[in-house]
Design a protein around this ligand. Structure first.
Ligand SMILES: *Cc1c(COP(=O)(O)O)cnc(C)c1O
Length: 358
């Protein structure tokens, strides 16, 4: 008798969203991003959902190997490259593409005398200031890589901070684009620039490869709602009402008594808490569906449960179906209410939650 909390994954939504990404990307090839366990959806489902992608991109080397074990034959890209010289053997054996973002990684390659061929993605720091070579250092990094016999293809890569908010005064998108163009001028290799936001909102950006992640799972990177972009939610998190309390005015709910009823209320306990990945910082009023009726959370989220207002949900009973996010309740809305983003909710889905196919 399992807990009623289940994340249901709709593979056809993953496939649909990939088609939307393709339609925006025009002629560009697609790296479907499957880092963080395919944003919580499961690597193996990522393979099925993104079979039509040109490659899969992720962060975790061990999961890249797992993709090979699961039968993925097309390219795989390690977005942060390798973390240690000892990983080079692995990338050669599993035929992994990998990013090169710092001089230490180049030194590892120079010293390894590998037999290749290696396909690398030279990352430029065009203003985000996390990883990559500054535009003025890019050319010499490129030349050092070119001098390594095992290196075959070099893709020119950067990442945008504000594709969903191009006029952000901290770093306008256009400024990053200009720096990138300057840094790569004269190089004719393929380019890889766009995440979901750039793919959806900036078709004018020239890129041979795009790297969509969040949109493939049916959430928005910002700018507009997922639905407006035609995206379908792939993950629906559902549970049940497991207990009901009728309380009077002045009575409080849960730890810290954060919610006090102003009038008599019917309160349902839902089997889902922060140990499942539901955000503990979700305030009173975070949206939730009970029997398809939209209502709200009340009181603090606890480890294994949260409380919802059933006062206006006629017929709600122990066993009533609850949707925490997904079909009928966009994850972005829940995330927004909780002061976070859909990405974090999906990725934080806890290991104890059962994940099933639709
Ligand atoms: C995660 C990631 C992406 C995908 O970003 P989304 O916003 O989820 O589309 C693209 N490129 C790199 C380098 C990433 O790390």
């Amino acid at each position: 008798m399992p807990r009623p909390l289940v994340a249901t994954i709709d593979i056809s939504a993953l496939q649909h969203n990939l088609r939307i990404a393709k339609s925006h990307a025009l002629d560009a090839k697609i790296w479907a991003v499957v880092k963080a366990n395919a944003y919580g959806h499961g690597l193996e489902r990522g393979i099925r959902g993104f079979a039509e992608a040109d490659g899969l991109a992720l962060i975790e080397p061990e999961n890249a190997l797992r993709l090979r074990e699961l039968g993925w034959q097309k390219p795989i890209l390690l977005l942060e490259g390798i973390f240690d010289a000892a990983d080079l053997e692995t990338v050669v054996r599993a035929r992994l593409d990998f990013a090169i973002h710092c001089v230490e990684q180049i030194v590892w390659l120079e010293q390894a005398r590998l037999s290749g061929p290696l396909d690398v993605h030279l990352k430029m720091n065009s203003g985000m200031n996390r990883l990559g070579f500054k535009p003025e250092a890019y050319r010499s990094a490129y030349q050092r890589l070119r001098a390594i016999p095992a290196v075959q293809k070099i893709t020119l890569m950067t990442h945008f901070a504000n594709a969903d908010e191009p006029l952000n005064p901290g770093l306008p998108l256009q400024q990053q684009v200009q720096r990138f163009e300057q840094g790569i001028s004269g190089l004719s290799e393929e380019r890889s620039v766009a995440n979901s936001a750039a793919d959806l909102m900036h078709p004018e950006l020239k890129s041979d490869w795009v790297r969509p992640g969040i949109m493939l799972y049916g959430a928005t990177p910002g700018g507009a709602s997922a639905e407006q972009f035609g995206l379908k939610p792939a993950m629906t998190l559902t549970s049940k009402i497991i207990g009901i309390q009728r309380i009077g005015a002045g009575e409080a709910i849960g730890y810290g008594s954060r919610f006090v009823a102003a009038a008599p209320m019917v309160i349902g306990a839902v089997a889902c808490g922060y140990a499942d990945g539901y955000p503990r910082h979700a305030p009173n009023g975070t949206p939730v569906l009970v029997d398809g009726v939209r209502t709200v959370t009340v009181g603090r989220v606890s480890m294994d449960m949260l409380s919802v207002d059933l006062t206006s949900v006629p017929g709600a009973a122990v066993g009533s179906a609850v949707t925490l996010w997904g079909k009928g309740l966009p994850i972005d809305e829940v995330a927004h209410a909780a002061g976070t983003i859909g990405y974090e909710l999906m990725c934080a889905l806890a290991a104890r939650v059962k994940v099933v196919d639709l």
